[in-house]
Design a protein around this ligand. Structure first.
Ligand SMILES: Nc1nc2c(c(=O)[nH]1)N[C@H]1C(S)=C(S)[C@@H](COP(=O)(O)OP(=O)(O)OC[C@H]3O[C@@H](n4cnc5c(=O)[nH]c(N)nc54)[C@H](O)[C@@H]3O)O[C@H]1N2
Ligand SMILES: Nc1nc2c(c(=O)[nH]1)N[C@H]1C(S)=C(S)[C@@H](COP(=O)(O)OP(=O)(O)OC[C@H]3O[C@@H](n4cnc5c(=O)[nH]c(N)nc54)[C@H](O)[C@@H]3O)O[C@H]1N2
Ligand code: SF4
Ligand SMILES: [Mo]
Length: 663
């Protein structure tokens, strides 16, 4: 008798748990934390892409322009031989590995272990395209690069400030927490460049001009400091650098900010007061802040705002809402080119040597590896020769993807380990079929840093294998020490040993409860994770964007998400139920702009930037004049800007563009 199995949703970083019936593969919501009996349509239909029949069935090898089946043994032997040959000829840094925010902690842990034992820190994942700016800003200000509080805390706060983030489409179940907070009296403030679905639930909806968020945040701080609404005890006792912020925001009066941001000065004053007088509050943010050349500074500005009010610990929280179901886990497991597991810097000799010892070697490489977004130029320069991709689709998700595709074609070795023949897999020399989330067990970490166990529901499809099994074989074939895992739990136990707060916990405990928070439920309650225990204010000035509208390209192109599509579409487009719910993505423009250009709802339009053009249908919507909002899924990255911020994240949210009606 097999009852329903508990698995972690394979889509967004909120981290719902699903109950899946192994007989029918039908999904129901789990009643426990964090989703409490709720799911969005993606979770509800998440087994459909697994069963789509469109999966890669067996390992494939390129022969000329064709892909031919090859045995697992031969594929692994040939791939490892080629990797070793490239290392011999060009050094370990001529190889890079891309980990996946879709695979388990154990699998990410193994891949970064392979990279580092192989001799390179060229290991990265799509966090780079996403919240890496938040990680850098949080590290510098509060000392730890992750969400500070659990979702449950949201329900008790006096205000929630939602900035460049549209959870009604992107994390539907967190809306439940936000709406309960509102019922409990919280004031909801949303800042975006267009009227979003989330704004429909807000007390205040502020429409800013794209890329002017620092000005708005500084103006709010200007009001709070001038009116002495900040928490003086907190600022004095628990922070440093306040006087610099006070100086820096002096010129950002609401009247000045109105000119830059378009938000009326009176509204800035009212919202600043409302947020300050709420007594407690959360700041939640998303890609509207991070995907700018000023991404790191944007995030610092909203952190400063929270620090000013002492909205930390019991009185508030910082919520960089993570995108993919295991992007937080991939980062904690060390699948980032500038950090060891636990976001520990590569230069921390004590920790690095401890990890090396557990792995059976003397030391690990110390130089930062390439960012995901730096790989393509490295290929062009001839520095990077081989790329091993697990569960990512950079041929669609990277900015200016025509350049990326050119680089993929130039590689001596491209291995893609995925469920499907993705756009990226089309360039591969080897494609290795991975088993899907419900065909394997393992642990995942959601945005609130809750590690949850996911049970295996069914047998692996065709000749596919769980990622951890493939990587165990690869590690062994490369001659790396310690790659003789015979169960996923052995890997769980190994990563538990890296984190002091997990040392006393057991895999059994993880399997049976509502998960384990790493390192604990709430961060910074008494002390910040910085060397002196104090948070650091960092004053920031408005910077960017990289490219500005001009006579030739008078519009601003931003890229956004819609509820029924997911990232590059490989999973959602293979789900019949989701396909029925999906509309065709449309480029949304302002009615007045449309009228001037003779564009009507549903017309085909061409959008052009300095990188190229895309065609799609137009939609009329609540966007400000001069803005085009395009769903990013599928083709937007043919034209987006390649400019990167300090954390290596591209400016997906701002490009100079023009639009015309097609006849
Ligand atoms: N349905 C669905 N859900 C998803 C995903 C998906 O593809 N589909 N992807 C998952 C992933 S990987 C992630 S990272 C999350 C992302 O979740 P979000 O961060 O909510 O996603 P986006 O729609 O990319 O961007 C959020 C908002 O930023 C606004 N914005 C753009 N430019 C600016 C600006 O200059 N200032 C301000 N203030 N706002 C701006 C946009 O209008 C948009 O409403 O979603 C996750 N969930
Ligand atoms: N213009 C624009 N571009 C963007 C963004 C934007 O807002 N605007 N957002 C960026 C962001 S935030 C992100 S996170 C990226 C996302 O970029 P990607 O991570 O490249 O996109 P996904 O479509 O999520 O790709 C996940 C892949 O994992 C595979 N997969 C699923 N489960 C498994 C498994 O168990 N094992 C293996 N091996 N593979 C599996 C899927 O089939 C799919 O091919 O896109 C970025 N690109
Ligand atoms: S809200 Fe996110 S985690 Fe929950 S069911 Fe939807 S996609 Fe899955
Ligand atoms: Mo993301």
């Amino acid at each position: 008798m097999s009852g329903p199995k508990t698995v972690v949703c394979p889509f967004c970083g909120f981290g719902c748990r699903l109950l899946v019936d192994p007989e029918t593969m039908k999904v129901k919501p789990h009643r426990g934390e964090p989703n409490r009996g709720k799911l969005c349509p993606k979770g509800l239909h998440s087994t459909e892409f697994v069963l789509s029949g469109d999966r890669v069935k067996r390992p494939l090898k390129r022969e000329g322009s064709r892909m031919r089946p090859v045995s697992w043994g031969r594929a692994i032997d040939e791939i490892s031989a080629k990797l070793l040959e490239i290392r011999e000829l060009y050094g370990a840094d001529a190889v890079a590995f891309l980990a996946s925010s879709k695979v388990s902690n154990e699998e990410n842990y193994l891949l970064q272990k392979i990279a580092r034992l192989f001799g390179t820190n060229n290991i990265d994942n799509c966090a780079r395209l996403c919240h890496e700016a938040s990680v850098h800003a949080l590290k510098m200000t509060v000392g730890a690069g992750a969400q500070t509080n659990p979702y449950a805390d949201l329900e008790g706060f006096g205000a929630i400030l939602i900035w460049g983030y549209n959870p009604a489409e992107t994390h539907p179940v967190v809306m439940d927490y936000i709406l309960r907070a509102r019922k409990n009296g919280a004031r909801i403030i949303v800042v975006d460049v267009r009227k979003t679905r989330t704004m429909a639930f807000a007390d205040y909806g502020l429409i800013v001009r794209p890329g002017t968020d620092i000005t708005l945040a500084n103006a709010m701080m200007n009001v709070i400091i001038r009116e002495e609404l900040h928490d003086e005890d907190f600022v004095r006792g628990r922070t440093t650098g306040f006087s610099e912020v006070r100086m820096a925001v002096r010129k950002y009066t609401p009247e000045y900010a109105e000119k830059i941001t378009g938000v009326p000065a009176g509204v800035i004053r009212e919202v600043a007061r409302t947020f300050a007088l709420a007594g407690s509050g959360a700041v939640m943010w998303g890609m509207g802040l991070t995907q700018h050349v000023s991404g790191v500074e944007n995030v610092m500005a909203v952190i400063d705002l929270a620090l000013l009010l002492g909205y930390i610990g019991e009185r508030g929280g910082l919520y960089p809402m993570r995108g993919q179901n295991n992007v937080q886990g991939a980062a904690y497991m060390g699948a980032l080119s500038e950090f060891l597991p636990g976001y520990v810097p590569l230069t921390d000799e004590r920790f690095r040597k401890r990890v090396a010892k557990i792995w059976g070697v003397e030391d690990l490489p110390t130089e930062r590896g390439l960012y995901l977004t730096e790989l393509w130029e490295a290929v062009e320069r001839g520095d990077l020769r081989a790329l091993y991709v697990v569960g990512e689709n950079p041929a669609v998700s990277e900015p200016n993807f025509m350049e990326v595709r050119r680089a993929l074609r130039k590689l001596d070795l491209l291995v893609v380990q995925d469920l499907f023949m993705t756009r990226t897999a089309r360039y591969a020399h080897y494609v290795l079929p991975a088993s899907a989330f419900c065909e394997k067990s393992g642990s995942y970490m959601n945005s609130e840093r809750r590690i949850q166990w996911s049970q295996r529901v069914c047998e692996p499809y065709a000749d596919s294998r769980p990622d951890w099994e493939i990587l165990t074989d690869l590690g062994r074939a490369l001659g790396l020490p310690g790659f003789n895992y015979s169960s996923v739990e052995e890997i769980t136990e190994e990563y538990f040993r890296l984190f002091p707060s997990l040392e006393e916990r057991s895999v059994e405990e993880l399997k049976n409860g509502d998960g384990i928070f790493l390192p604990r439920k709430r961060l910074h309650t008494w002390e910040f994770a910085t060397p002196d225990g104090k948070a650091r204010f960092i004053a920031v000035e408005q910077v960017g964007p990289w490219e500005r509208p001009d006579g030739e390209y008078p519009f601003i192109l931003t890229t956004v998400r819609v509820i029924s599509h997911y990232n590059t579409g490989e999973m959602t487009l293979r789900s019949p139920s989701l396909l029925r719910l999906m509309g065709e993505p449309r480029a949304v423009i302002n009615r007045d702009d449309a009228e001037k250009l003779g564009i009507r709802e549903g017309d085909w339009v061409e959008i052009e930037t300095r990188r190229g053009r895309i065609r799609m249908r137009a939609g009329m919507g609540d966007v400000q004049p001069g803005l085009i909002a395009v769903p990013f899924h599928f083709k937007a990255n043919r034209v987006t800007s390649p400019a990167l911020n300090k954390a290596g994240t591209p400016e997906f949210k701002f490009a100079a563009a023009r639009i015309r009606k097609l006849r």
